[in-house]
Ligand binder design. Structure first.
Ligand code: NDP
Ligand code: 2IT
Length: 447
């Protein structure tokens, strides 16, 4: 059978076996659309039904998370952990707390994570977890009780050599601390079962910064290949969470100027360049809205509606908020305004139509599974430090991160070129990530 017939048949099976999960379908489709040529060259993958296996999670956990709010009322949320693929190592991937979370979101993230983790070159399989719990407006005590309840169930399924969660939207250092404490109490073991831990108790330097820094390192590498650099460039960064903040920090360190950031309510535009100390204080310390920025910086402007950020004229766009936040119309506006490069800090922030606009317009487009792999890469380095029981210096972790991002760029470019799609990093990242996982699955037999 021709490769495109095979991928089409697998896609149809995914649709019928996973109804009502459009984000998962979208993530799978993008990969299937990339790997036809790999199947032509490697009939052994087809014979061993690697595709049919890779789209089916090894294990899916869905559980009740009961907790008590400040008034003493009983509340219930739903918890998830998808242990998607362990061909390359223990399941590894973040935990997301957001009201939009349901099975399809966690499966799309878990599926992407398989190939992303493969690209890092470290020993990590793919997994993802989360809950539809909304941390917004909750007290610290409520968040702690929720995290403890979530971990009371999750702790039976994870372990430092089995499944190692970390943060994602709505889960940062504070939540990792609460979950780690509960795991330790119940299991009576102090192990590297979570990454993104505090620096005094097993965390790695650079993990907090890693996703944003890594995104900018790979963007700098891609621009260098075009004899360009971030110095003097104007940049728009959506979101104002972990990834957005440290992407902005690194852009500024490299001489670029971030002029816009956002949250789910709206965006700020500061032509003088975003003052990151203010954003950090508002978002990391005070947990306030981005709108407050303009009461401190009077020349900056705020507008309601987060999508408006893509109307801001910029050389480089870094979507760092959430899936499908940048659509076809926004992509066309960016292209019209002269945007040269787009790097996905978030997971799948560009719709397929938006990605096509960039690729067709020869805008350099770095897809999330390559561009935001720095976070999980430093998580892998945190696991290595935990195994050694020796913490590394900032310089060592940062230089390893940079090397990993440069290697991802090189491997994705080479794979794209080898399969006749030079400059297409979507195809390149999918092929480079997929090939390693497929080979490992073949070698491991009927897994
Ligand atoms: P945070 O929770 O720290 O920040 C998320 C940011 O995105 C907030 O500014 C939030 O605004 C905004 N946001 C969330 N949902 C929406 C929405 N529906 N529309 C518009 N804006 C939204 O999360 P992270 O920075 O950690 O994660 C951001 C993205 O990066 C996610 O896609 C995540 O999967 C991805 N990622 C994260 C990694 C990490 O190490 N943390 C690693 C690799 C990828 P508000 O406060 O209003 O909700
Ligand atoms: O999407 C991601 O790669 C993350 N949220 C980070 C995962 C991790 O295990 O560090």
């Amino acid at each position: 059978m021709a490769a495109n017939k095979i991928t089409q048949a697998v896609y149809e099976q995914v649709l019928s076996r996973n109804p009502g999960e459009p984000e998962f379908h979208q993530a799978v489709k993008e990969v299937l659309n990339s790997i036809g040529p790999v199947l032509e060259k490697n009939p052994q993958y087809v014979e061993a039904r690697i595709l049919e296996r890779i789209v089916e999670p090894e294990r899916q956990l869905i559980f009740r998370v009961p907790w008590q709010d400040e008034k003493g009322d009983f509340r219930v949320n739903r918890g998830f952990r998808i242990e998607f693929n362990s061909a390359l190592g223990p399941y590894k991937g973040g935990i997301r707390f957001h009201p939009s979370v349901y099975l399809g979101i966690i499966k799309f993230l878990g599926f992407e994570q398989i190939l992303k983790n493969s690209l890092t070159g470290l020993m990590m399989g793919g997994g993802k977890g989360g809950s539809d719990f909304d941390p917004k407006g909750k007290s610290k005590g409520e968040v702690m009780r929720f995290c403890q309840s979530f971990m009371t169930e999750l702790c039976r399924h994870i372990g430092p050599d089995t499944d190692v969660p970390a943060g994602d939207i709505g889960v940062g250092g504070r939540e990792i601390g609460f979950m780690f404490g509960q795991y330790k109490r119940i299991r009576n073991e102090f192990t590297g079962v979570l990454t993104g831990k505090g620096l005094e108790w097993g965390g790695s330097l650079v993990r907090t910064e890693a996703t944003g820094y890594g995104l900018v390192y790979i963007m700098a590498e891609a621009l260098k290949a075009k004899k360009k650099g971030l110095d003097g460039m104007t940049v728009a960064v959506s979101g104002s969470g972990n990834v957005a903040i440290y992407a902005t920090e690194k852009v500024h360190q490299l001489g670029g100027k971030v002029v816009a950031m956002s949250d789910s309510n709206g965006f700020i535009y500061d032509p003088a360049g975003i003052n990151l100390d203010t954003v950090k204080k508002l978002k990391e310390v005070e947990r306030k809205r981005i709108k407050e920025y303009v009461s401190i910086h009077k020349k900056a402007k705020y507008a309601d509606g987060c999508n408006g950020i893509w109307n801001v004229k910029c050389d480089v766009a870094l979507p760092c908020a959430t899936q499908n936040e940048l659509d076809e119309a926004a992509a066309k506006t960016l292209v019209k305004n002269g945007c040269l490069a787009v790097g996905e800090g978030a997971n799948m922030p560009c719709t397929p139509e938006a990605a096509d606009v960039f690729i067709d317009s020869k805008v350099m487009f770095l897809p999330g599974k390559a561009a935001n792999a720095g976070g999980v890469a430093v998580s892998g380095l945190e696991m290595a430090q935990n195994s050694q029981r020796i913490p590394w210096t900032f310089e060592k972790a940062d230089s390893e991160l940079k090397i990993i991002m440069q290697t991802i760029y090189k491997n994705a470019s080479q794979a794209a070129e080898e399969y006749g799609c030079k400059g297409n990093f979507v195809v390149g990242a999918n092929i480079a990530g997929f090939t390693k996982v497929a080979n490992a699955m073949l070698a491991q037999g009927l897994v």
